[in-house]
Design a protein around this ligand. Structure first.
Ligand code: ATP
Ligand code: MG
Length: 775
């Protein structure tokens, strides 16, 4: 089982994993821990993340970003309709009425559901986790904004399923941050003591979330949370974009909003400017070359002016702060610290307002960008049986009060009851029993629609056709509401035992999921179809990557060879062959920009093979020439080594006197043969031209060295027979006696060479040659 936490942000996503005993945020293929929430569609493939972000300007109509908040929303939803006007890509209505994204993909117009688009992003994040962990990933915890309603959450779960992820839990972004904060704190008050109350403020790209949480050793309890779903970094960007659109309209007579490409560039530059203004209060420039109609534009702004323009947005910072304090019934003195996270919390005016509200310096002990993902990974680790995590209990809250309403044919009108008030602990189960003999329907809904950042308060309805009494169990998980049914069979069971008087009640538990009567929910069939399609698109991306790689290989080979033909390879190819090869390389280069621009993978593979037929022999001659002297050297060293030993044996040196005479004759002969072989080969080679096939190959020389070693080494490295040391002498010595030591120091022995290096005919690294040190 994998332990993975995923923060799917409006702008950027993060993946954290449990590894080497800790939680680690992992980097993508660009060595970046942040992956843009961006998907780009092309004529042959999709690109996701950083690669897609790179196409925001060049392929703006088919590059999709800023789609996080379309989850679970109908196309006609007011949020979707208003967001639509500032998008450069198209939205469309799905057959179900939900929001879809219309793009050109594989040269066809396609509409993808929002779940599919998020699934594409999740596929990428899943791969990032898999690459980091070097194993397949399925189990994970994914974050969602705390203000998401049931419909939005279900839509994210469907997206995870389409991406082949097993989302163990959806975690509120706020709760993830509190967990990332609390689990490492060693100095929390004991369980019976007054808890430590900490406020968390997260200002992301699209949303503003505030929560207050009570910590004790080993546990956290969310007290309250509040939000402004329409305040985030992007709204500050919007202010800048509108400002410069107006300015450039006047100054250059440009209508920026009519040109998607220019608008996208302006958004990028304004975001950069916004970030710069966080660090610098002086006038800062905004320059874009060739912005529209070949016109270069320039503008400037400073922080003071920017803050004036954003007064309306900044005024929205306080309300949620106020709300959480009021809900939790806390005074400012009760707050131990105010932690801020989320990219846009770096705006100085935002920090100022939060700090002023609490009359406190703000804390930044958490990583502002990665805390959500880390919290999710911690939650995943807690849920994973395979992972040991410090005991830590997490109590979240219900963000919107939930009621049930029901009717039946027998009753007049509707009844209802609030089952979960605001800030009720979650997860939590309540059992509500309804005795009905008639069919009736039950509806769960958010009972305060005004505060919902979503147009439909309905969570789910269940129409029951069963005529027996039913127990409904409404199970509130942080992420979802489910209905389970227990069927009490009212019929008396026949009991033949004479002693039994009371009839037994047979209880059958039947799962009664919320009926799929809601228009926004994907059907199982559709989820399966989308999964299948995602698989096909992954395959298509893979094939396209292979095709591109094959093409790049041809291109690279052309450039490499062209350079080398006039460099290191020059003397290894005859002039006429060089001209032919150079011409072929040039033709291939032209072909790559022409007919070869867009070919099947195999065409590129064949093209490369053709070129290599010409280039390979040249390269081989070059490599042979480079390696040959080293190989001859090595053989020469071996020859010398064994000659020396033969010499020493002949002069009856004590060290070698135990060696066998006949065998030493064999060594003598081998060495002589090898020397003759080497001399003849060197001689032959010296007559060869560099452009000709070598007279001897490096491999042959190496084989000769090996042969010599195998024949001679066992003979010359035979150990001296052990000498028995008389008993009393033995006792005089300190420590263990090692009779081997005397004989070990022979030069050329397989265990120890003359200089003590290990000598073996084949080392563990493979076909490495024997190494011997000769003085
Ligand atoms: P959300 O939480 O709404 O889903 P997100 O998680 O993708 O969005 P973050 O990554 O937390 O958002 O924040 C991104 C926002 O922070 C962007 O608007 C970005 O411009 C802004 N931002 C990042 N750094 C700075 C900075 N130094 N000054 C001002 N704004 C910044
Ligand atoms: Mg975020």
């Amino acid at each position: 089982m994998s332990v993975v936490g995923i923060d799917v942000g409006f702008q950027s996503c993060y993946v954290a994993v449990a590894r080497a005993g800790g939680i680690e945020t992992v980097a993508n293929e660009y060595s970046d821990r942040s992956t843009p929430a961006c998907v780009s569609f092309g004529p042959r493939n999709r690109s996701v993340g950083a690669a897609a972000k790179g196409q925001v300007v060049t392929n703006c109509k088919n590059t999709v970003q800023g789609f996080k908040r379309f989850h679970g929303r109908a196309f006609l939803d007011p949020y979707v309709q208003s967001a639509k006007s500032s998008l450069v890509y198209d939205l469309a209505q799905m057959p179900s009425g939900m929001t879809g994204i219309k793009v050109m993909y594989m040269e066809e117009e396609k509409v993808f559901s929002i779940e599919q688009v998020t699934a594409m992003l999740l596929t990428k994040l899943k791969e990032t986790a898999e690459t980091a962990m070097k194993k397949p990933v399925a189990d994970c915890v994914i974050s969602v904004p705390s203000f998401y309603t049931d419909a939005e959450r279900r839509s994210v779960i469907d997206a995870a399923q389409i991406a082949g992820l097993n989302c163990l839990r959806l975690m509120n972004e706020t709760t993830a941050v509190t967990l990332a904060y609390g689990i490492y704190k060693q100095d929390l008050p004991a369980p019976e003591e007054k808890p430590r109350n900490v406020v968390f403020v997260d200002l992301g790209h699209s949303g503003y979330q505030v929560s207050v949480c009570a910590f004790n050793k080993g546990k956290l309890k969310m007290l309250a949370s509040a939000f402004d779903a329409e305040l985030g970094g992007k709204d500050f960007d919007e202010v800048l974009v509108n400002h410069f659109c107006e300015e450039f309209g006047k100054k250059y007579k440009l209508d920026v909003k009519t040109k998607p490409r220019a608008l996208v560039r302006l958004y990028q530059e304004c975001e950069k400017l916004k970030k710069l203004m966080s660090a610098n209060s002086s006038d800062l420039p905004l320059n874009i070359e060739c912005f529209m109609n070949d016109i270069d534009v320039t503008g400037k702004l400073n922080r003071g002016h920017f803050e004036e323009m954003c007064a309306g947005l900044l005024a929205k910072v306080e309300a949620p702060l106020h709300s959480v304090m009021e809900q939790a019934k806390l005074k400012k003195e009760d707050i131990y610290a105010v932690e801020i996270v989320g990219g846009a919390s770096r705006i100085p005016a935002v920090k100022e307002r939060v700090s002023k509200f609490f009359g406190k310096e703000l804390s930044t002990t958490l990583n502002a960008d990665e805390a959500v993902a880390r919290g999710c990974a911690l939650q995943c680790a807690i849920l994973s049986p395979a992972f040991k995590v410090r005991e830590f209990s997490i109590t979240d809250v219900v963000h919107y009060p939930i009621s049930l309403k029901w009717n039946s044919a027998a009753e007049e009108g509707l009844s209802d009851c609030e089952v979960f008030p605001r800030n009720h602990a979650a997860p939590f189960s309540k059992v509500l029993t309804f005795y009905r003999r008639e069919p009736f329907s039950l509806e769960a809904y958010y009972n305060n629609p005004k505060e919902l950042p979503y147009p439909d308060p309905t969570i789910g309805t269940r129409t029951n056709t069963c005529t027996c009494s039913i127990n409904f169990v409404l199970l509130m998980v942080v992420s979802e509401a489910r209905l389970l049914g227990t069927l009490e069979d009212g019929k008396q069971e026949k009991n033949h035992a004479p002693s039994a008087k009371k009839p037994k009640v047979k209880t059958k538990t039947v799962e009664l999921p919320i009926e799929n009567s809601l228009h926004w929910q994907l059907t199982n069939d559709l989820v399966n179809l989308f999964m299948e399609n995602e698989g096909k698109m992954i395959m298509q991306d893979k094939l396209e990557k292979e095709r591109n790689d094959a093409k790049n290989n041809v291109e690279e080979y052309v450039y490499e060879m062209r350079d080398k033909l006039h460099g290191v390879l020059e003397k290894f190819v005859s002039e006429s062959d060089r001209d032919t090869f150079a011409l072929r390389l040039e033709d291939t280069e032209n072909w790559l920009y022409d007919d070869g621009e867009d070919q099947q993978k195999q065409v590129y593979i064949d093209k490369l093979a053709e070129l290599k037929k010409l280039g390979q022999p040249v390269q081989e001659r070059y490599i042979e020439a480079e390696e040959r002297p080293k190989a001859f050297d090595e053989l020469g060293r071996h020859i010398q080594q064994y000659m020396k030993i033969v010499e020493a044996y002949k002069t009856k040196e004590e060290q070698y006197e135990h060696l066998d005479e006949l065998e030493m004759l064999k060594v003598d002969k081998q060495v002589n043969d090898a020397m003759i072989w080497m001399n003849s080969k060197m001689n032959a080679q010296s007559k060869q031209n560099f452009t000709q096939e070598p007279a001897v190959k490096v491999q042959e020389i190496q084989a000769k060295t090996k042969e010599l070693y195998s024949a001679c080494n066992p003979i010359v490295s035979k150990p001296k027979p052990k000498v028995e040391i008389p008993k009393d002498e033995k006792e005089e010595q300190n420590g263990p006696i090692n009779g081997q030591e005397d004989t070990d120091a022979q030069p050329g022995s397989p265990e120890k060479g003359a200089a003590g290096s290990t000598v073996a005919p084949e080392s563990a690294e493979g076909n490495k040659l024997p190494q011997m040190d000769i003085d």
